[in-house]
Ligand binder design. Structure first.
Ligand code: C2E
Ligand code: MG
Ligand code: MG
Ligand code: MG
Length: 289
C-alpha cells in the first residue's frame, strides 16, 4: 500500500514538473517573438597594447517583471528543445546586424557568438548560417566567430570538423570555449579547425593561489604554442591576474577587470577611452611573447 501511494505522489510531481517546463517553454517562445532578448557585449583586449580585438556577444532576457536575466535563467530550459535553434539564429542575426552597424561607425572588430553544440551539429546549420550571412552583405569576412563549448556533446569529431570547415568557407572563424573543462581537449585541438582557444575562467580564478591551476594555465599555453593557436584568458578580474598571464606569455584577455558585458551602444565609447594599466602596458612582448 505504502509503495503504491508513493508511486502516485512521484507521478504527480513529475506531471507538475512537465507542466512547468511546458509553461516556461511557451513563455520563452513568446519572449523571442516580443523581442525581449538582448545581446550584451564583453570586450576582448590585448593587455599590453590596449587594442580591442573583439567582443563576445552574451544573451540576456529583458524580462518585463523580473528585470535583466542572465542566460543561466533560461538557456537550460530550452536545451535539447527546438527553441534553442530559433534563439541561436536570433543571436547570430542580431550579432550580424550589430557588426554592420559598428562597421559604419568605423569600429572594425570580431564579434563572437556562443553556439550550442547541438545547433552546430544540426543538419541545416551551414545552410542557415549561409542565409543569415547573405542577408548581411556588408559584414566583412572573418568578423563573425563562433565559440563552441568543448563538451562531450560534440560527439563525432569527424562530422563536426566537416561542418566547421564548411563554415570557414563562408568566412566564419571558431574559438574553443571554456577550454580545459571538457573531456577530450587534445583530440579537439588536433582535429578541429579552431583559431582561438579560451582558457576557462576557473583556472584563471585559481592560478594566483593554487599551483595546480597555474600548471594547467601553463600547460594550455604550451599547447597553444605547439598548435600555433591564439589563446585568450577568460575571467581576468584583477591586475594581478593579468600580470600572471603576461608572465606566461598570454596577452589576450577578457574579464571583469577589463570590462563587464555592456549594451551595444556603450562599446564604441568604451573602446575610445579604455587604456590598460601601466603595469600591463609596460610588459615587453618581445621578451615574453
Ligand atoms: P561563456 O561563453 O564562457 O561566457 C563567459 C561568462 O562569464 C559570461 O557569463 C560572462 O558575463 C562571465 N564573465 C566574464 N568575465 C568574467 C569575470 O571576470 N568574472 C566572472 N565571475 N565572470 C565573468 P554569462 O553572460 O552569464 O554567460 C554564461 C554562459 O552562458 C556563457 O559562458 C555561455 O556558455 C552561455 N551563453 C551566453 N550567451 C549565449 C548565447 O547567446 N547562446 C548560447 N548558446 N550560450 C550563451
Ligand atoms: Mg563564450
Ligand atoms: Mg567561456
Ligand atoms: Mg562558460
Amino acid at each position: 500500500q505504502e509503495g503504491k501511494n508513493r508511486y502516485h505522489l512521484f507521478d504527480m510531481a513529475q506531471d507538475i514538473a512537465l507542466k512547468n517546463q511546458h509553461e516556461k517553454l511557451i513563455r520563452i517562445e513568446a519572449a523571442l517573438q516580443d523581442n525581449e532578448f538582448v545581446l550584451y557585449y564583453q570586450p576582448k583586449v590585448n593587455m599590453v597594447t590596449g587594442e580591442l580585438i573583439g567582443v563576445e556577444a552574451l544573451i540576456r532576457w529583458q524580462h518585463p517583471e523580473r528585470g535583466l536575466l542572465p542566460p543561466i535563467e533560461f538557456l537550460p530550459v530550452i536545451e535539447r528543445h527546438e527553441l534553442t535553434i530559433n534563439v541561436g539564429e536570433w543571436v547570430i542575426d542580431t550579432a550580424l546586424t550589430q557588426i554592420s552597424h559598428w562597421q559604419k561607425l568605423g569600429l572594425n572588430i570580431i564579434v563572437s557568438v556562443n553556439i550550442d553544440a547541438l545547433q552546430l551539429q544540426q543538419a541545416a546549420f551551414v545552410d542557415r548560417l549561409s542565409t543569415l550571412l547573405a542577408a548581411h552583405p556588408d559584414v566583412p569576412r572573418g568578423s563573425l566567430q563562433l565559440e563552441v563549448l568543448e563538451t562531450s556533446e560534440l560527439a563525432d569529431v569527424k562530422d563536426v570538423s566537416k561542418i566547421m570547415h564548411a563554415c570557414i568557407e563562408l568566412g566564419v572563424g571558431f574559438a574553443l570555449d571554456d577550454f580545459g573543462t571538457g573531456y577530450c581537449s587534445l583530440t579537439y585541438l588536433k582535429r578541429l579547425p579552431v583559431n582561438l582557444i579560451k582558457i576557462d575562467q576557473s583556472f584563471i580564478f585559481g592560478m594566483l593561489d593554487d599551483p595546480d591551476d597555474l600548471s594547467i594555465v601553463e600547460g594550455v599555453m604550451g599547447l597553444s604554442k605547439a598548435f600555433e593557436l591564439n589563446i585568450i584568458a577568460e575571467g581576468v578580474e584583477t591586475l594581478e591576474h593579468g600580470l600572471a598571464l603576461l608572465a606566461l606569455g598570454c596577452y589576450l584577455a577578457q574579464g571583469y577587470g577589463i570590462a563587464r558585458p555592456m549594451p551595444a551602444i556603450d562599446v564604441l565609447e568604451w573602446s575610445e577611452n579604455w587604456k590598460p594599466d601601466k603595469a600591463w602596458s609596460a610588459y615587453d612582448l618581445n621578451i615574453n611573447g
